[in-house]
Ligand binder design. Structure first.
Ligand SMILES: NC(=O)c1ccc[n+]([C@@H]2O[C@H](COP(=O)([O-])OP(=O)(O)OC[C@H]3O[C@@H](n4cnc5c(N)ncnc54)[C@H](OP(=O)(O)O)[C@@H]3O)[C@@H](O)[C@H]2O)c1
Length: 254
């Protein structure tokens, strides 16, 4: 099995790589920091293919796929995981930064899914995994551009499942709540700790999420929501909106 993971140099992507190493998959690891990918690849004796690509550059989004497939065979599972977050007041965010986020978090995954999805459809087999965010279900004040990108990705991902079913391609949409990674640490620092974030948004482990994602791919489940209490946000959206608006700490200025 060939699994391609974007954003494999850190956090959730790194944990996904380890999970698939342990399942004896052959893995393509994609990120900008190649030194970290090399270090990670040394942890396994299964075949890996390393790709240094900057997904903020439209020309680099799909340019690596054919080489990866020559190295490890057709991609069976594409995991659109690479992402960036901006936690900053909407009015203060330079729009160029917002456009870059949209390219990495929304446009790159959609383009990759279309490019790889066509190949999967031709073979009538494969799985596309989109790492969205709880921000898609419960948009959080202080990260409007991130909410927009993840909401867009989740929207496309959820509807694509039915569309691609007839082509033999499965789609898994992933909604992580807070997960202990460098991105989460940086985000929390901008909000500052509060009683509400501790109680309503406890952070989960990247290794647990990675296992749930790999299980969902294997069992053809539609979506993963973790930490589990975040599922309440999906089932009670109106109440979640009220709580988020009332209790989300203000972002620190700057
Ligand atoms: N942690 C959370 O609480 C949380 C919650 C919900 C959703 N998520 C989502 O989960 C995914 C992984 O996040 P994480 O928490 O693991 O963050 P992370 O530790 O900061 O890792 C982000 C990954 O994305 C890659 N990346 C960033 N910009 C890139 C670019 N321009 N080109 C290629 N790769 C790029 C990074 O690699 P390089 O820097 O080496 O390029 C890194 O491997 C993201 O989509 C994030 O939005 C995370």
């Amino acid at each position: 099995m060939h699994v391609a993971i974007t954003g494999a140099s850190s956090g959730i992507g790194e944990a996904l790589a380890r999970e698939y190493f342990s399942r004896r998959a052959q893995v393509t690891l994609v990120a900008r920091r190649k030194d970290l990918l090399e270090k990670l690849a040394k942890e396994t004796d299964t075949k890996t293919h390393l790709v240094q690509a900057d997904l903020s550059e439209p020309s680099q989004v799909t340019s690596w796929v054919d080489d990866a497939e020559r190295a490890l065979g057709p991609i069976d599972v594409l995991i659109n995981n690479a992402g960036v977050q901006i936690v900053r007041a909407f009015l203060d965010t330079p729009f160029e930064d917002a456009k870059r986020l949209m390219q990495i978090d929304l446009l790159a995954p959609l383009e990759l899914s279309q490019f790889v999805g066509k190949k999967m459809a031709a073979r009538r087999s494969g799985t596309l995994v989109d790492v969205a965010s709880m921000a898609a279900i419960a948009p959080t004040p202080g990260m409007s551009f991130y909410n927009a990108a993840k909401g867009g990705l989740a929207g496309a991902s959820e509807a694509l499942r039915a569309e691609l079913k007839d082509h033999g391609v499965h789609v898994v949409t992933v909604y992580p709540g807070p997960i202990k990674t460098p991105m989460e640490t940086a985000g929390r620092a901008v909000y500052g700790e509060s009683f509400a974030t501790k109680v309503f948004a406890p952070a989960g482990e990247a290794s647990v999420l990675a296992r749930l994602v790999a299980d969902a791919v294997e069992q053809k489940e539609p979506r993963v929501i973790y930490p589990f209490m975040n599922a309440l946000g999906r089932h009670f959206p109106a109440m979640t909106r009220v709580l988020l608006d009332a209790f989300t700490p203000k972002v620190k200025p700057g």
